[in-house]
Design a protein around this ligand. Structure first.
Ligand code: SF4
Length: 226
């Protein structure tokens, strides 16, 4: 594996990145979107300050066998990296369950590997026609919609997560959730945004119990996370 996979970080053990499993997370460098609340801005650019050789990552993962059940590829946007399919195959050969965090910027690349994945955390940004407000990228809503359809067509478990930034309009948030429900999404989590000091900046919608109740009825599973 050479220039086609740039690993910007590895977390050898987490409890929160793959539901129900202890996991290791491999952070891939680079993202083509520029979300106004990006949680990992240091991973947005393709040039990492410190790059981990893939062979070293695999060696570390071999040592994690028996301690963690799953390996999650996160980012950045992991699908930006053309070396991801090979990396996924390498990790599958080690016997781990495979997870992916994606915002859905590359539906064709997602479709190419989705059958190898056991679970996907999909970041829904906003109503599809309003994506640019969050991502700064014109066709991002179309890409996200196409990616969500790939997941819905697949047999892979997935969760839709939506981070609510204070600048987002309640009506457009609801539109986004209604669009997801209409496509067939069953499993949604709303996440609170944090500022650069890691303090929660809570969107007013989290205090609107009536609205949360109405939204929760659109899905089989509906969670609010801090
Ligand atoms: S898609 Fe994710 S990694 Fe990329 S800019 Fe948005 S929040 Fe950051």
């Amino acid at each position: 594996m050479g220039d086609d996979l740039c690993v910007g970080g590895v977390v050898p053990l987490t409890t929160i990145d793959y539901p129900g499993c202890l996991s290791a997370v491999v952070f891939l460098q680079g993202c083509s979107w520029r979300c106004r609340y990006c949680h990992n801005p240091h991973l947005q650019c393709m040039a990492a300050s410190e790059v981990f050789a893939w062979e070293d990552v695999l060696s570390l993962l071999r040592l994690r066998r028996g301690f963690v059940e799953a390996v999650v590829f996160s980012g950045g946007e992991p699908l930006l990296q053309t070396g991801l399919p090979e990396a996924v195959a390498d990790v599958a050969a080690l016997g781990f369950r495979l997870g992916l965090h994606t915002a859905g910027a590359f539906p064709d690349r997602l479709e190419a590997i989705v059958s190898l994945l056991h679970w996907v955390g999909f970041d829904l940004k906003y109503a599809f026609d309003n994506y640019q407000f969050i991502t700064g990228v014109e066709d991002s809503g179309e890409m996200a919609r196409a990616s969500l359809k790939v997941l819905l067509k697949s047999n892979t478990d997935f969760e839709v997560r939506m981070t609510l930034h204070e600048s987002m309009e309640a009506a457009v948030i609801i539109e986004a959730l209604e669009e997801a429900a209409a496509l067939g999404v069953k499993n949604v989590a709303l996440q609170k945004c944090r500022d650069k000091d890691e303090n929660i900046v809570e969107h007013p919608i989290f205090s609107d119990k009536l609205m949360l109740g109405r939204m929760s009825r659109c899905f089989d599973s509906f969670q609010v996370r801090g």
